[in-house]
Write a protein of this length. Structure first.
Length: 448
């Protein structure tokens, strides 16, 4: 039984005793119930005690009597606390999936525990996948393991969404852990430790490997130059952004989240301390959000060309500050400067705008007049090679280039803000394998 911390013991009530020279005394104490933040009083039984008082007017008690009273009140307090706890837990035992989800998600938003983009991903997986198979009003402790397993199996291995299945599993694991820590369920009511994401069959795995090509995830040097040349014809600022991304390995949100104050031009260093965001708790006035994870907070050494890009963009901003009355200067570097959207002048660009510029999903769809839309530049169909271009490919290009130059994996991970796995490792291993293939021909010349 848990020991509750009780307050000092004092006299509560005194009454005459049947025995001459004695009185009957009832004692009191209290404890603060941490579950309710309320004080709970505890009373002792009646004690028959010699009617002698100390200098303060209180009944004198022997050490033996004090110990007996303390033991009784402590045991009573422990029992009351246990009953109160059991009652509260019973009241919470019917908590629903949606109630726990909202508490968990809102806490992450309010405390800014993760990046806004991560919060948006969690929210999307909950609405679009979890609640499509598990009703919101399901009592958390009653959700069968088989239902969760079927949810994951419907994403993977039956489908091709392994990363989505992993994300859903991670969300549910966090929700159940949150519920346990808040005493909504007991640890033995958590099914997640027993649920795993199944593997595909061998034939499915072989098909996946045949179809997947890691080389599609990054650009060779000549491919990068071709992409930037095409982009530059339509938008020089966007070309600078993509080139800067390729030179630094930053995520697009990190690039757009740069402010002048984050650049040390004396040491040629950019401090990655924020990301561009307008949702998941980020203020629409500041457009600031947390970076993706702890490893993302970092200093990135900048090349000569990267510094040139920053100075060029900053100089354009200062021209707008002097001559454009619509421009709102808040220190952002890569900002909107459009005559068509004066209300946005000075605000940082959004990554969705850049991705839509490259390849918009609206491109080719019929408008109200029945004519095909022309959204973005549809760059995939302008290239001499077959690759899908998004803002993230420039980050992968940076990783592949460093791997080709023999930069150690750990150094690359530190530079791009990744501590483990994912595409960083996949690209690195792929590039280094290509380098290893060159070893045998070289060795053949060793003794000749």
């Amino acid at each position: 039984m848990e020991q509750v911390k009780i307050a000092n013991i004092t006299q509560k009530t005194i009454r005459p005793a049947d025995k001459t020279g004695y009185i009957e005394v009832k004692f009191r104490t209290y404890f603060n119930n941490q579950l309710t933040n309320k004080r709970r009083e505890i009373l002792s039984d009646w004690y028959t005690i010699v009617n002698k008082k100390d200098t303060t007017g209180k009944i004198k008690l022997s050490p033996q009597i004090k110990a007996i009273i303390h033991k009784e009140l402590q045991e009573k307090a422990n029992k009351v606390y246990e009953e109160l706890t059991r009652t509260i837990l019973l009241e919470k035992s019917d908590i629903t999936l949606d109630e726990v989800w909202n508490e968990w998600h809102n806490e992450r938003v309010e405390r800014q525990l993760v990046a806004p983009k991560t919060l948006a991903g969690e929210d999307g997986r909950y609405r679009n996948h979890i609640t499509k198979q598990i009703p919101k009003n399901s009592i958390l402790k009653n959700i069968p393991s088989s239902l969760i397993k079927n949810l994951l199996d419907n994403l993977y291995p039956i489908g091709n969404h392994k990363r989505l299945a992993q994300g859903v599993k991670s969300d549910l694991t966090s929700i159940y852990k949150f519920a346990i820590l808040h005493d909504y369920i007991s640890p033995d009511q958590n099914p997640m430790p027993y649920i795993s994401i199944g593997r595909k069959g061998l034939s499915d795995e072989l098909d996946r490997l045949k179809k997947s090509d890691i080389e599609d995830q990054y650009l060779e040097s000549w491919e990068l130059k071709e992409v930037l040349s095409i982009v530059r014809k339509y938008n020089e600022q966007y070309a600078r952004i993509f080139e800067f991304q390729a030179l630094t390995g930053m995520r697009i949100g990190e690039v757009l989240g740069l402010k002048e104050e984050a650049i040390d031009f004396n040491k040629n260093i950019a401090s990655v301390i924020r990301t561009r965001a307008t949702h998941g708790g980020a203020s629409e006035d500041s457009y600031e959000g947390n970076v993706k994870n702890l490893q993302s907070y970092r200093n990135v050494q900048l090349s000569k060309r990267a510094i040139e890009i920053l100075k060029e963009e900053i100089e354009l901003n200062h021209q707008h500050i002097r001559f454009n009355p619509d421009y709102k200067d808040n220190g952002w570097i890569f900002t909107s400067k459009s005559i068509h959207k004066p209300d946005y002048n000075g605000t940082p660009l959004h990554y969705s705008v850049l991705n839509n510029f490259l390849n918009s999903s609206e491109n080719g769809k019929l408008n109200r007049n029945g004519n095909p839309r022309r959204a973005g530049i549809d760059i995939d169909n302008k290239l001499s090679f077959k690759k899908h271009i998004t803002t993230h490919i420039f980050r992968h290009t940076h990783i592949s280039f460093l791997a080709e130059q023999g930069v150690p994996l750990e150094a690359i991970q530190d530079r791009v803000g990744h501590s483990r796995g994912s595409r960083v490792t996949e690209i690195y291993l792929h590039i280094t394998k290509k380098t290893k293939d060159q070893i045998i021909p070289i060795l053949d010349t060793l003794t000749q």
